[in-house]
Design a protein around this ligand. Structure first.
Ligand code: GRF
Length: 223
């Protein structure tokens, strides 16, 4: 049997994506969650990790005045677990080029928009303000450009006429919980690769927008 892919998950908040990864049968088969690292001591995701018996580490950005020192400790905390893959799942700190290049080809982020639209924060609010008819989430390999690395896959949800930021973000988050475990499973199964700026799945090069996933059912998503 192939050894499982060692994954470190970086979080900063609720950790609902972490939970989706913990619960995913495909990830259970192919992934070993070796640590959850939070940049906030009060992140609820730490409780989720503890409940799943995953070792946790807190590297609080508030304890550092310099980004370099924060990143050096963060990198050490991650590398102690010798990961094959590092995930940004609600980790709300911008990372330097040096840090990102240390994890070249094995750092994935989930972002709540259909990249390249709406990089950065407050994506749901911006989608509503623009009057877009659809929204979604993207998983991409991380490069030093904020939310700018090559996209692996996206999932789309409709924007409904009565949507508020709350209803729309809840719909996108449910879709994220389907998207992220799928992409992580591909990586863990050695099917997804990122090398020299080229992303391939099963040896085939992906288009710039990545794979377009659809939800198994829209039930419960459009409500
Ligand atoms: C998600 O919307 C993710 O796309 C973004 O941060 C949020 C994290 O949510 N990067 P959670 O902590 O996984 O619930």
């Amino acid at each position: 049997m192939m050894p499982k892919c060692r994954v470190v998950v970086l979080i900063g908040g609720s950790g609902s994506n972490l939970q989706a990864l913990i619960d995913s049968q495909e990830c259970i088969n192919a992934v070993s969650m070796v640590s959850v690292v939070s940049h906030r001591p009060d992140a609820y995701g730490l409780t989720r990790a503890k409940n799943a018996n995953i070792p946790t580490v807190v590297i609080s950005h508030l304890d550092y005045s310099e980004r370099d020192a924060f990143e050096a400790d963060l990198q050490q905390a991650i590398d102690n677990f010798n990961p094959d893959l590092v995930l940004l799942a609600g980790f709300m700190r911008v990372l330097s080029e040096k840090f990102v290049s240390h994890y070249a080809g094995k750092l994935l982020n989930i972002h709540p928009s259909l990249l390249p639209k709406y990089k950065g924060l407050h994506t749901h609010q911006r989608v509503l303000a623009a009057g877009d008819s659809e929204h979604g989430a993207s998983v991409h390999f991380v490069t030093s450009e904020l939310d700018g690395g090559p996209i692996v896959a996206q999932i789309r949800v409709p924007v409904l006429p009565k949507d508020t930021e709350e209803t729309l973000s809840a719909r996108v988050l449910k879709a994220e919980h389907h998207l992220f475990p799928q992409v992580v499973a591909w990586f863990a199964q050695n099917r997804l690769k990122y090398d020299q700026n080229i992303v391939t799945l099963d040896g085939k090069r992906l288009t710039p927008q990545g794979l377009q996933l659809s939800l198994p059912t829209m039930q419960g998503i459009v409500s």
